[in-house]
Design a binder for this molecule. Structure first.
Ligand SMILES: [Mg+2]
Length: 303
Protein backbone atom coordinates (compact mmCIF):
# COMPACT_ATOMS: atom_id res chain seq x y z
CA UNK A 1 0.00 0.00 0.00
CA UNK A 2 1.14 3.62 -0.36
CA UNK A 3 0.12 6.93 1.12
CA UNK A 4 0.31 10.23 -0.70
CA UNK A 5 1.24 13.24 1.42
CA UNK A 6 1.40 16.87 0.30
CA UNK A 7 3.98 19.21 1.76
CA UNK A 8 3.20 22.92 1.40
CA UNK A 9 6.89 23.85 1.87
CA UNK A 10 8.16 21.59 -0.90
CA UNK A 11 8.15 22.49 -4.61
CA UNK A 12 6.34 19.30 -5.47
CA UNK A 13 4.25 16.75 -3.74
CA UNK A 14 5.89 13.93 -1.87
CA UNK A 15 4.91 10.34 -2.37
CA UNK A 16 5.56 8.11 0.56
CA UNK A 17 5.36 4.43 -0.19
CA UNK A 18 4.90 2.26 2.82
CA UNK A 19 5.27 -1.40 2.10
CA UNK A 20 3.51 -3.14 4.92
CA UNK A 21 3.93 -6.64 6.23
CA UNK A 22 0.90 -8.78 5.63
CA UNK A 23 -1.56 -9.16 8.50
CA UNK A 24 -0.83 -12.14 10.69
CA UNK A 25 -4.20 -13.73 10.07
CA UNK A 26 -3.69 -13.94 6.32
CA UNK A 27 -2.51 -17.30 5.05
CA UNK A 28 1.01 -16.92 3.67
CA UNK A 29 0.20 -18.24 0.22
CA UNK A 30 -2.49 -15.57 -0.16
CA UNK A 31 0.34 -13.09 -0.67
CA UNK A 32 1.68 -14.87 -3.73
CA UNK A 33 -0.90 -14.41 -6.45
CA UNK A 34 0.72 -14.87 -9.88
CA UNK A 35 3.81 -16.50 -8.41
CA UNK A 36 4.98 -20.07 -8.15
CA UNK A 37 7.63 -22.30 -6.63
CA UNK A 38 10.37 -24.65 -7.68
CA UNK A 39 11.07 -26.84 -4.65
CA UNK A 40 14.06 -29.07 -4.02
CA UNK A 41 13.15 -32.29 -2.23
CA UNK A 42 15.91 -33.84 -0.10
CA UNK A 43 16.71 -31.50 2.78
CA UNK A 44 13.67 -29.31 2.05
CA UNK A 45 10.60 -31.59 1.96
CA UNK A 46 12.09 -34.65 3.60
CA UNK A 47 15.29 -35.86 5.20
CA UNK A 48 16.03 -39.55 4.81
CA UNK A 49 12.69 -41.27 5.26
CA UNK A 50 10.97 -38.51 7.24
CA UNK A 51 9.00 -35.45 6.15
CA UNK A 52 10.35 -32.15 7.46
CA UNK A 53 7.80 -30.45 9.77
CA UNK A 54 5.64 -27.94 7.89
CA UNK A 55 6.38 -29.40 4.43
CA UNK A 56 3.08 -31.21 4.17
CA UNK A 57 1.06 -28.18 5.29
CA UNK A 58 2.94 -25.87 2.90
CA UNK A 59 2.31 -28.12 -0.11
CA UNK A 60 -1.34 -28.52 0.90
CA UNK A 61 -1.68 -24.74 0.98
CA UNK A 62 -0.19 -24.46 -2.50
CA UNK A 63 -2.62 -27.10 -3.74
CA UNK A 64 -5.62 -25.49 -2.04
CA UNK A 65 -4.81 -22.07 -3.52
CA UNK A 66 -3.85 -23.38 -6.98
CA UNK A 67 -0.38 -21.84 -6.71
CA UNK A 68 1.90 -23.44 -9.33
CA UNK A 69 4.75 -25.56 -7.98
CA UNK A 70 7.22 -28.12 -9.23
CA UNK A 71 9.56 -30.38 -7.28
CA UNK A 72 13.03 -30.06 -8.76
CA UNK A 73 15.47 -32.90 -8.11
CA UNK A 74 18.90 -33.81 -9.41
CA UNK A 75 18.18 -37.48 -8.86
CA UNK A 76 17.60 -39.06 -12.28
CA UNK A 77 17.09 -42.53 -10.83
CA UNK A 78 13.36 -42.31 -10.16
CA UNK A 79 10.52 -41.45 -12.56
CA UNK A 80 7.82 -38.96 -11.51
CA UNK A 81 5.48 -41.86 -10.70
CA UNK A 82 8.17 -43.41 -8.49
CA UNK A 83 8.48 -40.08 -6.71
CA UNK A 84 4.70 -39.88 -6.25
CA UNK A 85 4.88 -43.26 -4.50
CA UNK A 86 7.82 -42.13 -2.34
CA UNK A 87 6.02 -39.00 -1.14
CA UNK A 88 2.80 -40.93 -0.69
CA UNK A 89 4.60 -43.29 1.71
CA UNK A 90 5.73 -40.21 3.64
CA UNK A 91 2.14 -38.94 3.82
CA UNK A 92 2.23 -36.31 1.05
CA UNK A 93 -0.08 -36.69 -1.95
CA UNK A 94 0.90 -34.94 -5.19
CA UNK A 95 0.42 -35.61 -8.90
CA UNK A 96 3.29 -36.89 -11.08
CA UNK A 97 2.93 -33.64 -13.03
CA UNK A 98 4.61 -31.79 -10.16
CA UNK A 99 8.05 -33.33 -10.70
CA UNK A 100 10.88 -32.19 -12.95
CA UNK A 101 14.02 -34.30 -12.56
CA UNK A 102 17.55 -34.11 -13.95
CA UNK A 103 16.46 -36.91 -16.29
CA UNK A 104 13.79 -34.64 -17.83
CA UNK A 105 16.33 -31.85 -18.03
CA UNK A 106 18.79 -34.11 -19.87
CA UNK A 107 16.13 -35.32 -22.32
CA UNK A 108 14.91 -31.74 -22.95
CA UNK A 109 18.48 -30.62 -23.61
CA UNK A 110 19.40 -33.46 -25.97
CA UNK A 111 16.30 -33.18 -28.16
CA UNK A 112 16.87 -29.44 -28.53
CA UNK A 113 20.50 -29.97 -29.50
CA UNK A 114 20.00 -33.02 -31.75
CA UNK A 115 16.34 -33.93 -32.31
CA UNK A 116 17.05 -37.36 -33.84
CA UNK A 117 19.84 -38.37 -31.50
CA UNK A 118 20.82 -41.67 -29.91
CA UNK A 119 22.45 -42.44 -26.59
CA UNK A 120 24.33 -45.12 -24.70
CA UNK A 121 23.01 -44.80 -21.16
CA UNK A 122 24.47 -45.71 -17.79
CA UNK A 123 21.53 -45.03 -15.51
CA UNK A 124 18.29 -46.35 -14.13
CA UNK A 125 14.55 -46.31 -14.83
CA UNK A 126 13.85 -42.61 -14.38
CA UNK A 127 16.51 -41.65 -16.92
CA UNK A 128 15.62 -44.37 -19.41
CA UNK A 129 11.93 -43.43 -19.34
CA UNK A 130 12.60 -39.69 -19.77
CA UNK A 131 14.93 -40.27 -22.73
CA UNK A 132 12.57 -42.76 -24.36
CA UNK A 133 9.55 -40.46 -23.96
CA UNK A 134 11.53 -37.73 -25.72
CA UNK A 135 12.23 -39.97 -28.70
CA UNK A 136 15.92 -40.53 -28.04
CA UNK A 137 17.06 -43.94 -29.31
CA UNK A 138 19.17 -46.30 -27.22
CA UNK A 139 22.27 -47.21 -29.22
CA UNK A 140 25.09 -49.63 -28.35
CA UNK A 141 26.88 -49.34 -31.72
CA UNK A 142 27.54 -45.67 -32.54
CA UNK A 143 25.66 -43.40 -30.12
CA UNK A 144 25.64 -39.61 -30.43
CA UNK A 145 25.88 -39.34 -26.66
CA UNK A 146 27.08 -41.30 -23.65
CA UNK A 147 24.71 -40.32 -20.83
CA UNK A 148 25.64 -41.00 -17.21
CA UNK A 149 23.01 -40.74 -14.47
CA UNK A 150 22.25 -41.75 -10.92
CA UNK A 151 22.06 -45.39 -9.93
CA UNK A 152 23.81 -48.57 -8.96
CA UNK A 153 24.31 -50.05 -12.45
CA UNK A 154 27.77 -48.58 -12.93
CA UNK A 155 30.20 -51.45 -13.60
CA UNK A 156 33.49 -52.03 -15.38
CA UNK A 157 31.95 -53.52 -18.52
CA UNK A 158 29.68 -50.49 -19.03
CA UNK A 159 32.52 -48.07 -18.33
CA UNK A 160 34.73 -49.82 -20.86
CA UNK A 161 32.02 -49.58 -23.54
CA UNK A 162 31.31 -45.95 -22.69
CA UNK A 163 35.01 -45.08 -22.86
CA UNK A 164 35.34 -46.58 -26.34
CA UNK A 165 32.25 -44.72 -27.60
CA UNK A 166 33.65 -41.45 -26.25
CA UNK A 167 37.03 -42.16 -27.89
CA UNK A 168 35.17 -42.57 -31.21
CA UNK A 169 33.31 -39.28 -30.86
CA UNK A 170 30.26 -39.78 -28.64
CA UNK A 171 29.69 -36.73 -26.43
CA UNK A 172 29.80 -37.28 -22.67
CA UNK A 173 26.72 -36.00 -20.81
CA UNK A 174 26.10 -36.18 -17.05
CA UNK A 175 22.56 -35.70 -15.73
CA UNK A 176 23.90 -33.67 -12.77
CA UNK A 177 27.19 -32.72 -11.11
CA UNK A 178 26.55 -34.03 -7.56
CA UNK A 179 29.59 -36.08 -6.54
CA UNK A 180 27.80 -37.72 -3.63
CA UNK A 181 24.29 -38.31 -2.35
CA UNK A 182 23.03 -38.66 1.22
CA UNK A 183 21.19 -41.84 2.21
CA UNK A 184 19.88 -43.18 5.52
CA UNK A 185 22.91 -45.50 5.64
CA UNK A 186 25.44 -42.77 4.82
CA UNK A 187 26.80 -41.09 1.66
CA UNK A 188 27.09 -42.87 -1.68
CA UNK A 189 28.87 -41.82 -4.91
CA UNK A 190 26.80 -39.56 -7.16
CA UNK A 191 26.61 -38.95 -10.91
CA UNK A 192 29.36 -36.33 -10.79
CA UNK A 193 31.83 -38.88 -9.41
CA UNK A 194 30.88 -41.43 -12.06
CA UNK A 195 31.25 -38.85 -14.83
CA UNK A 196 34.64 -37.82 -13.40
CA UNK A 197 35.78 -41.44 -13.72
CA UNK A 198 35.01 -41.32 -17.46
CA UNK A 199 36.54 -37.85 -17.80
CA UNK A 200 39.76 -39.14 -16.29
CA UNK A 201 39.82 -42.24 -18.49
CA UNK A 202 39.07 -40.42 -21.76
CA UNK A 203 40.53 -36.96 -21.20
CA UNK A 204 37.18 -35.52 -22.40
CA UNK A 205 35.08 -33.22 -20.24
CA UNK A 206 31.44 -34.05 -19.59
CA UNK A 207 28.63 -31.51 -20.05
CA UNK A 208 26.64 -31.39 -16.81
CA UNK A 209 22.89 -30.88 -16.75
CA UNK A 210 20.66 -30.73 -13.66
CA UNK A 211 21.03 -28.04 -11.01
CA UNK A 212 22.87 -25.59 -11.03
CA UNK A 213 22.69 -25.51 -14.85
CA UNK A 214 20.22 -22.65 -15.50
CA UNK A 215 18.70 -24.76 -18.29
CA UNK A 216 17.09 -26.94 -15.60
CA UNK A 217 15.48 -23.94 -13.89
CA UNK A 218 14.37 -22.45 -17.21
CA UNK A 219 12.69 -25.66 -18.39
CA UNK A 220 10.94 -26.22 -15.06
CA UNK A 221 9.78 -22.61 -14.96
CA UNK A 222 8.43 -22.97 -18.51
CA UNK A 223 6.40 -25.99 -17.39
CA UNK A 224 4.83 -23.83 -14.69
CA UNK A 225 4.03 -21.19 -17.32
CA UNK A 226 5.64 -18.46 -15.20
CA UNK A 227 8.12 -15.67 -15.78
CA UNK A 228 11.52 -15.84 -14.04
CA UNK A 229 10.62 -12.85 -11.86
CA UNK A 230 7.53 -14.68 -10.62
CA UNK A 231 9.29 -17.93 -9.73
CA UNK A 232 10.86 -18.69 -6.35
CA UNK A 233 13.34 -21.53 -5.86
CA UNK A 234 13.42 -23.16 -2.41
CA UNK A 235 16.50 -25.29 -1.75
CA UNK A 236 19.01 -26.40 0.87
CA UNK A 237 22.19 -26.55 -1.21
CA UNK A 238 24.15 -23.44 -2.18
CA UNK A 239 26.13 -25.04 -5.03
CA UNK A 240 23.06 -26.32 -6.87
CA UNK A 241 19.68 -24.87 -5.78
CA UNK A 242 20.80 -21.36 -4.92
CA UNK A 243 23.55 -20.92 -7.51
CA UNK A 244 21.35 -21.96 -10.45
CA UNK A 245 18.47 -19.72 -9.37
CA UNK A 246 20.80 -16.76 -8.83
CA UNK A 247 22.45 -17.24 -12.25
CA UNK A 248 19.04 -17.13 -13.92
CA UNK A 249 17.92 -14.10 -11.89
CA UNK A 250 15.31 -16.08 -9.96
CA UNK A 251 14.51 -15.53 -6.28
CA UNK A 252 16.25 -18.17 -4.16
CA UNK A 253 15.13 -19.12 -0.66
CA UNK A 254 17.66 -21.17 1.31
CA UNK A 255 16.37 -23.46 4.07
CA UNK A 256 18.76 -24.62 6.79
CA UNK A 257 17.25 -28.09 7.21
CA UNK A 258 19.66 -29.71 4.75
CA UNK A 259 23.28 -29.39 3.69
CA UNK A 260 23.98 -25.72 4.49
CA UNK A 261 24.54 -23.99 7.82
CA UNK A 262 24.26 -20.24 8.41
CA UNK A 263 28.01 -20.10 9.15
CA UNK A 264 28.88 -21.49 5.69
CA UNK A 265 26.96 -18.79 3.82
CA UNK A 266 29.78 -16.25 3.90
CA UNK A 267 32.03 -18.61 1.92
CA UNK A 268 30.00 -18.15 -1.26
CA UNK A 269 30.20 -15.32 -3.81
CA UNK A 270 26.43 -15.57 -4.38
CA UNK A 271 23.72 -15.19 -1.79
CA UNK A 272 20.18 -16.45 -1.40
CA UNK A 273 17.34 -13.93 -1.49
CA UNK A 274 16.20 -15.15 1.91
CA UNK A 275 17.47 -17.58 4.53
CA UNK A 276 14.85 -19.62 6.39
CA UNK A 277 15.30 -22.03 9.26
CA UNK A 278 12.87 -24.41 7.57
CA UNK A 279 10.13 -24.60 4.95
CA UNK A 280 7.85 -24.34 7.98
CA UNK A 281 8.76 -20.64 8.10
CA UNK A 282 6.89 -20.15 4.84
CA UNK A 283 3.68 -20.77 6.74
CA UNK A 284 4.44 -17.48 8.48
CA UNK A 285 3.40 -14.37 6.53
CA UNK A 286 6.48 -12.37 7.56
CA UNK A 287 8.79 -14.84 5.88
CA UNK A 288 6.97 -15.41 2.62
CA UNK A 289 6.80 -11.79 1.48
CA UNK A 290 8.86 -11.69 -1.74
CA UNK A 291 12.21 -10.02 -1.22
CA UNK A 292 11.69 -7.02 -3.42
CA UNK A 293 8.69 -5.94 -1.34
CA UNK A 294 10.48 -6.27 1.99
CA UNK A 295 11.68 -2.67 1.77
CA UNK A 296 10.09 -1.00 4.78
CA UNK A 297 9.61 2.44 3.27
CA UNK A 298 10.64 4.49 0.29
CA UNK A 299 10.30 8.23 -0.31
CA UNK A 300 10.04 9.51 -3.87
CA UNK A 301 10.06 13.18 -4.83
CA UNK A 302 7.59 13.81 -7.63
CA UNK A 303 8.87 15.85 -10.59
MG1 LIG B 1 18.50 -30.87 -1.36
Amino acid sequence: MFLRASNPDAPGSVLIFLFMKYPKNVCAVETLKGKGFLIDMDGVIYKGSKLIPGAKEFVQQLQAKNIPFMFLTNNSERSPRDLVAKLDHLGLKVSWKHFYTAAHCTADFLIRQRPQSSAFVIGEGGLLIALQESGIAFDSIKPDYVVVGEGRLFNYELVEKAMRFIEKGSRLIATNPDTWCPTDAGPRPGTGALAAYLESATGKKAYYLGKPNPFMFLMARNRLGLRTADTIMIGDTMETDIRGAVELGMQAYLVLTGSTTRELLENYPYRPTQVLESIEDLLSPEEIVPARTRIKSRVLLAA
